[in-house]
Design a binder for this molecule. Structure first.
Ligand code: ADP
Ligand code: MG
Length: 246
């Protein structure tokens, strides 16, 4: 089977500053892959290059063996690539239910523009997503009042509303306590397995990803420093030097 995602030598410069240089990655169907790297390494930029939020200066991106380089984000999403953002895209004044419903509706409109889905189906789909992300009891809460951990779960629900095959999560545990981080990683792993999702996520803390990642790409100053299984990457002397300052 071809990889679900293939990125070839992608480079992005901002006014001469090279944020990402010759970035390569392949993600196989069903894989849980992670990009790790310190702050400023180029992780979010890489995601934006994959999802069409930024156009690469050079290089190519393939999804399902189709070239998607430079395609608009909503077209990429339509093909089955979902994402969350490092900074939240929740509507804070809407309830948890409404936030997910908006996302479900926007996807339904794009896929079935000649057919308005029945309200009941829409509600069922929304509740089922809330259950998946552990927010069924918070359905009527105003989103802006949720705890940080719950807001992250809501973001996950919003990202899942487009029923993606590949889900990109940008630092899904950023700002969480160690306990919240463990819970979030467990939840993400469980959802990915239940849905047969392929997952690509970023993380700055290497320890967080070891329990879940099947393949790790280490990014450092915009370039790939190492690729491999978690244990291989952890033993890599260059990675140790960058991460542990040895
Ligand atoms: P990470 O997500 O790994 O923390 P980013 O991808 O956000 O890193 O940023 C990588 C580098 O690119 C940083 O030095 C950042 O300042 C720079 N950068 C990101 N976006 C822009 C932009 N729109 N214009 C100029 N520089 C940017
Ligand atoms: Mg980032």
């Amino acid at each position: 089977m071809p990889p679900l995602l293939r990125v070839e030598k992608v480079t992005k410069s901002f006014d001469g500053f090279v944020a990402v240089k010759d970035f390569d990655i392949t993600v196989e169907p069903g894989q849980m892959a992670c990009i790790i790297g310190p702050n400023g390494a180029g992780k979010s930029t890489t995601f934006n290059l994959i999802t069409g939020h930024l156009k690469p200066t050079s290089g190519r991106v393939f999804f399902h063996d189709r070239e998607i380089t430079g395609m608009a984000p909503h077209d990429v999403c339509q093909m089955g690539m979902g994402r969350s953002f490092q900074r939240t895209n929740i509507f804070p004044r809407l309830t948890v239910f409404e936030n997910v419903q908006v996302a479900v509706l926007s996807h339904a409109k794009q896929t079935l523009n000649f057919f308005t889905p029945a309200k009941r189906l829409l509600q069922e789909e929304t509740y089922s997503l809330l259950e998946d992300v552990g927010l069924a009891d918070e359905a009527q809460s105003v989103s802006g009042t949720l705890s940080y951990g719950f807001q992250k779960q809501l973001e996950l629900g919003i990202a899942l509303a487009s029923d993606p095959e590949l889900l990109l999560l940008d630092e899904p545990t950023a700002g969480m306590s160690p306990q919240e981080t463990t819970n979030a990683i467990d939840l993400i792993g469980q959802i990915a397995r239940d849905r047969g999702l392929t997952l690509l996520f970023t993380e700055h803390d290497m320890d967080v990803v070891f329990s879940i990642a099947e393949k790790i790409t280490v990014l450092h100053q915009g370039q790939v420093l190492a690729v491999g299984l978690p244990d291989e990457v952890r033993r890599n002397p260059e990675v140790q030097r960058v991460y542990l300052g040895e």
